[in-house]
Design a protein around this ligand. Structure first.
Ligand SMILES: NC(=O)c1ccc[n+]([C@@H]2O[C@H](COP(=O)([O-])OP(=O)(O)OC[C@H]3O[C@@H](n4cnc5c(N)ncnc54)[C@H](OP(=O)(O)O)[C@@H]3O)[C@@H](O)[C@H]2O)c1
Length: 300
């Protein structure tokens, strides 16, 4: 099975490249330099030339504050981009896997959302991802939509300038007092776990919508506390409400993803411990190879 991976330099894309070892799958990676997903002709040419059996679209515009002030870009990359990929995949007779988000939900529930729950987004990014899910499935019914939540991976998210774990470590190292929201509950998920959970679904040809997220749930404040505990840091560190934190983006207060179709991934705490361990290993490997290591990457 030939699989074309779009967004190969992203957090999830990098972990798919790093962790997919399957003799039955030929993985071909593409980055923005190979095809900007907003350019339909370029995407069609790439997919037409490679003739994959499956196209995985991990690309996204997911900087939420910028999405509020520049919805056009958010809609173009997510919705038009998704539509371009789905159209090219359908024309090549390929199936499509579209990565989506917990932010398609409004957070009114207090128990995990299943695949069948009604979607209602609170912000531009969530609305764009709902539209992406819909246009992709219309354009290519041979499709799997995979909703994930609270991603962090070794590659760091280029679009957000890092990820939550790296941001917490950087701010703690900088000695600034920290404020972290304690009333938004989710299941932060290591992209390594998503990559490993996705492989059998692609191999087995699952279609429709599925949720892939870590087990358990926590607030961002609890997650930050776990990051500091594992890295033995004790910054000044205050719990605040979403209202106190402020900002231009409305976010769901509860966005835990459950599933009627697959088992939830390992517990979020295990995913975090794995991330911290792999981050440290990478740091030592780079150091012994003489690669310049930035302060941001220093293990806590
Ligand atoms: N991060 C989260 O917390 C989170 C939560 C829920 C769902 N998701 C979803 O999970 C998926 C993967 O997220 P991630 O954290 O792995 O994202 P990421 O690290 O930001 O990676 C996204 C990739 O998309 C590429 N990209 C952006 N615009 C593009 C364009 N116009 N054409 C081609 N490539 C483009 C980026 O390339 P450059 O490096 O060149 O910019 C980047 O490599 C996305 O669908 C996202 O919506 C993410």
């Amino acid at each position: 099975m030939k699989v074309l991976l779009l967004g190969a330099n992203g957090q999830l894309g990098s972990d798919i490249r790093r962790l997919w070892h399957d003799d039955g799958i030929e993985l071909v990676s593409a980055t923005r330099a190979d095809a900007d997903v907003t350019d339909g002709a370029v995407v069609a040419a790439l997919v037409g030339r490679l003739q994959p059996d499956v196209v995985i679209n991990t690309t996204a515009f997911h900087n939420l504050p910028i999405a509020e002030s520049d919805p056009e870009t958010c809609l173009r990359v997510n919705v038009v981009g998704g539509w371009n990929v789905a159209r090219a995949a359908a024309a090549a007779g390929a199936a499509m896997v579209q990565i989506s988000t917990d932010y398609v939900f409004d957070g009114e529930r207090r128990e995990p959302y299943s695949e069948e729950c009604a979607r209602r987004a609170l912000n531009v990014y969530g609305a764009a991802k709902i539209a992406t899910e819909d246009v992709v499935r219309q354009m290519n019914p041979d499709c799997l939509v995979v909703r994930v939540s609270g991603l962090y991976g070794l590659a760091g998210s280029a679009g957000k300038g890092g990820n939550f774990v790296e941001t917490m470590l950087r701010l703690a190292a900088g000695g600034q007092p920290l404020r972290v929201v304690a009333d938004q509950v989710t299941a932060p998920t290591n992209t390594a776990a998503i990559a490993e959970g996705l492989l059998p679904l692609v191999r087995d040809g699952m279609r429709g919508v599925v949720h892939l997220a870590a087990d358990g749930e926590c607030s961002w404040h609890e997650f930050a506390a776990a990051i500091f505990e594992i890295s033995r840091l004790s910054p000044e560190f205050q719990a605040v409400t979403t209202e106190e934190f402020g900002g231009p983006v409305r976010r769901p207060l509860y966005s835990v993803l459950g599933s009627e179709r697959v088992a939830r991934l390992g517990h979020w705490r295990d995913g975090l411990e794995r991330y911290m361990a792999e981050r440290t290993t990478r740091w030592h490997r780079r150091r012994s190879a003489g690669t310049r290591v930035t302060k941001r990457e220093t293990p806590g």
